[in-house]
Design a protein around this ligand. Structure first.
Ligand SMILES: [Zn+2]
Length: 465
């Protein structure tokens, strides 16, 4: 009887969601490059490090969705971002424009037209592909300056990201666009302290990092005074709730550097980025606690990056072996340069033992983590070439950084020893997770593709379309 009553209650609730809008506050999180294995891999890593499961893996609706774009079975972030923001499939590399050249209306435009507050925040450039997909319309995701101008001209109330990315050769820097924003009546706040003091009565707001950086530092590399995604999320919630608490708001938050770590094939860094986004999800969950009947929280990804596998050929995994890594592949490259190439070329060739000691100190390799003879032979070959003719030109270039081949190879070997195997340095067509909680969450249990989400949010929240 109790079960029948529960079912009846649930079906009434779902029927209510479908018939009249009940959702007032929408939090839409996108982990860029955060495939299913990146999330489960993070849970394994957390367990080995005495941390709890990623909060959203326990949501009542956990689903998986396909991510294909209009012109490829393997999407990029702008085509997937547009599908997530508009419900329309477009070509890779494009932002908010369909294959026929029509602008595709998005969730912030729909929400604004219906009187809701709107916000976008990311740990990468404020005009990078994912936030751009929720605001702008351009033929190329690389048209950073056009995207910035459209974002400044848009009605979006709250925007946050590391910086305004610019195009080389244009003569413009980030300050030029900060000035443009200021002239358009948008209050600009830079750095954690300024962001904490944000004036919620300002008509529009943009929050940026105080440091000259294209993206916020990886969580694994973060220093005390660095801006973090949670600073943006917290400010966005305060601002949007204060200004639009009565009517409601739509807030997209991107964990943008899960993807960077995937391109760099760096598992510990990737997992700490997933945890970093989960820290912002915690802020949304605290909001949900205060507004349980009207808040909807969704977490998904635009695509998977790196072809990460759980398992590296043996019937075992050892996520605890990543415990000694406390810096990203980019930061270990900087340390390696300081240690062995201080003047751009080696002062003198270090012994193989000295190099092994360096990696033991930074990563635990040849220390807590044993290295097989075969792996050591391969790495020693790269060492010989690194300190031979090829020198510092022997690099591993990924989409977002250039690292010493030896550093990148040692980190891949560490990941393999821990049971994480990367397939490549680009995106895969693997499905991604959709994790939903709060008001009308059950409505998303039948969603199977990324283009189905935006129209459903718009319907449940009563946005004008
Ligand atoms: Zn990517």
């Amino acid at each position: 009887m109790k079960r029948i009553c529960q079912l009846l209650f649930l079906s009434l609730l779902v029927a209510g969601c479908a018939s009249k809008p009940q959702v007032k506050y929408v939090f839409y999180f996108i982990g860029d490059g955060m495939g299913v294995n990146e999330v489960i891999g993070t849970n394994l890593y957390n367990e080995a490090n005495g941390l709890g499961n990623v909060n959203f893996t326990g949501f009542p609706v956990v689903n998986f969705i396909t991510t294909v774009s209009a012109n490829s079975l393997v999407t990029d972030s702008s085509a997937a971002g547009t599908a997530l923001a508009t419900g329309t499939k477009i070509d890779n590399g494009v932002v908010g424009v369909d294959p026929d050249g029509n602008w595709t209306p998005n969730l912030t435009e729909w929400a604004h037209a219906a009187g809701f507050g709107t916000g976008v925040a990311t740990s990468v450039g404020v005009n990078h592909a994912t936030p751009a997909s929720f605001v702008a319309h351009t033929a190329s995701r690389n048209g950073y300056e056009e995207i910035s101008l459209q974002m400044i001209d848009s009605p979006v109330d709250f925007m946050a990201g590391a910086t305004f990315l610019t195009n080389r050769g244009s003569g413009h820097d980030a300050a030029y666009f900060e000035h443009k924003a200021d002239s358009a009546g948008i209050a600009v706040y830079k750095g954690p302290e300024a962001i904490r003091g944000l004036d919620v009565t300002k008509p529009r707001v943009v929050c940026l990092s105080a440091k000259a950086e294209d993206s916020l530092p990886y969580a694994i590399d973060r220093k005390g005074d660095d801006t973090r995604l949670a600073d943006f999320t917290d400010a966005g919630i305060r601002y949007l709730e204060s200004r639009f608490g009565k009517k409601g708001f739509f807030f997209m938050i991107e964990g943008g550097k899960v993807d960077y770590a995937g391109h760099g094939n760096d598992a510990a860094t990737c997992f700490q980025e997933v945890n970093d986004m989960a820290e912002s999800v915690d802020l949304a969950l605290a909001f949900l606690k205060r507004h349980p009947k009207e808040t909807l929280i969704l977490i998904t990804a635009d695509h998977e990056t790196g072809g990460l596998m759980l398992g590296s050929g043996r019937y075992e995994m050892h996520p605890d072996r990543l415990a000694r890594q406390h810096a990203s592949v980019d930061a270990v490259t900087d340390l390696f340069r300081d240690a062995f190439f201080p003047e751009g070329k080696p002062v003198k060739t270090p012994s193989w033992d000295a190099v092994k000691a360096f990696f033991n100190e930074q990563l635990g390799m040849w220390g807590d983590v044993e290295v097989s003879e075969r792996v050591e032979k391969d790495l020693k070959d790269v060492y010989t070439r690194t300190f031979g003719k090829e020198g510092s030109s022997l690099v591993d270039a990924n989409l977002y950084s250039v690292n010493y081949q030896l550093v990148a190879d040692v980190i891949r070997a560490l990941d393999r020893a821990a049971g994480y195997q990367w397939s490549f340095g680009s995106h895969s067509g693997s499905p991604v997770g959709l994790y939903v909680t709060g008001a009308c969450a059950e409505e998303f249990s039948s969603v199977r593709d990324n283009a189905e989400i935006a129209p459903l949010i718009a319907k449940l929240a009563g946005y004008a379309k």
